[in-house]
Design a binder for this molecule. Structure first.
Ligand code: TRP
Length: 338
């Protein structure tokens, strides 16, 4: 039996290059390895926990995220794509797991704590938001996932899931599987800054992201705006590499490391203009993004076919979940008519 892999995203916006290097590329490689039975979930219920007043935005982004998945090469024949809200099993598991978690423990979850602060919820945080790690534990356990490929910010979620699994198994008997997080190993893949500089991460609200759906012209314009070395005023001036976003991107995306090393040396010595380096970065990014963009626009012509892919994937995920639920209900002695 293959190991089971599950991961997912909140459909609160289109996916960007940060998602690509931080997780999507890795997911496609894991899919290609053939080692796992892979599930990728569009977590619309989780997106609603902090966007509950904006259901249209969440709905629209379910399609956008699905297009991004298909565009980067997730293949529905090998990766089951599923929509969280169409899986009643998840709601059911969440309710059972809620008994196994204290409110204090949820309040201590570093990711949740940080988000409550960032979003300014304070004491007015909703029960739904506070408890989303429990719902995420349901996402991970409905298929008994062994591995969960995620970014470092999600480690507290996996830890919380592991605790719920241990607690469930010790109270009701061994049914659930404790998952392991799978963090991308490429160090420069961990965090790609936004175009406004190395201290910012890409985010819609900051308007500093490069999206997989961006046209070639948009990409060119964004690369042109990219933060470099503010002290590099004339071409002949020596320039700085540290904190220079253009070079940060070249380190991540350019295959020709020798050329990047030469450019860096030239830039630091003086005599190499920002425009020349940016033109090269544009070419490099275009090489990655052009095929993704082309596939995306093909699928975008036929949204009905994309929804059909999601419908079939969700149906399969529900079948897998039904088997887990049967075991869970039996273990909890609520299988009255079995
Ligand atoms: N919390 C994840 C994020 O914000 C999204 C997510 C929802 C997820 N359910 C999941 C990730 C299950 C991994 C496994 O990116």
């Amino acid at each position: 039996m293959k190991k089971v892999l599950l991961t997912g995203d909140r459909p609160s916006g289109q996916l960007h290059l940060g998602h690509y290097v931080g997780s999507l590329k890795n997911r496609v490689e894991l899919q290609e390895s053939g080692e796992y039975d892979s599930f990728v979930m569009i977590a619309d219920i989780q997106a609603l926990t902090d966007n509950f007043k904006d259901p249209q935005k969440v709905r629209d982004n379910v399609l956008e995220v699905a297009l991004d998945y298909l565009a980067v090469g997730l293949d529905p024949a090998r990766t089951t794509l599923t929509i969280q809200s169409l899986m009643p099993v998840l709601a059911e598991l969440t309710v059972y797991y809620l008994n196994l978690v204290t409110v204090a423990r949820l309040q201590r979850n570093p990711t949740v704590k940080n988000e409550i602060k960032e979003k300014g919820f304070g004491a007015n945080v909703t029960a739904g938001f506070l408890a989303y790690p429990v719902s995420q534990a349901a996402d991970i356990t409905f298929c008994k996932a062994n591995v969960v490929p995620v970014g470092e910010d999600q480690l507290p979620m996996i830890e919380q899931t592991r605790e719920i699994v241990r607690s469930f198994n010790s109270v009701y008997g061994d049914v659930l599987v404790e998952p392991d997080a799978l963090i991308p190993t490429e160090t420069n893949a961990r965090r790609l800054p936004g175009i406004t500089g190395n201290d910012t991460k890409m985010s819609k609200s900051l308007g500093n992201g490069i999206y997989l759906a961006d046209s070639s012209d948009t990409l060119r314009a964004k690369v042109r705006q990219m933060y470099t070395d503010p002290g590099h005023l004339r071409v002949d001036d020596p320039g700085k590499i540290e904190g220079n976003t253009v070079f940060t991107y070249l380190d991540v995306f350019a295959a020709d490391k020798t050329r990047v090393a030469e450019l860096k040396e030239h830039y630091q010595r003086g005599g190499l203009g920002d425009v020349a380096v940016k033109n090269y970065l544009f070419e490099v990014l275009e090489e990655t993004l052009a095929p993704i963009r082309a596939r995306r626009s093909e699928y975008a012509k036929d949204p009905a076919s994309v929804y059909e892919i999601l419908r079939k994937g969700t149906e399969r995920a529900n079948e897998v979940g039904a088997r887990t639920l049967e075991e869970v209900r039996a273990a909890m002695k609520i299988d009255y008519f079995a």
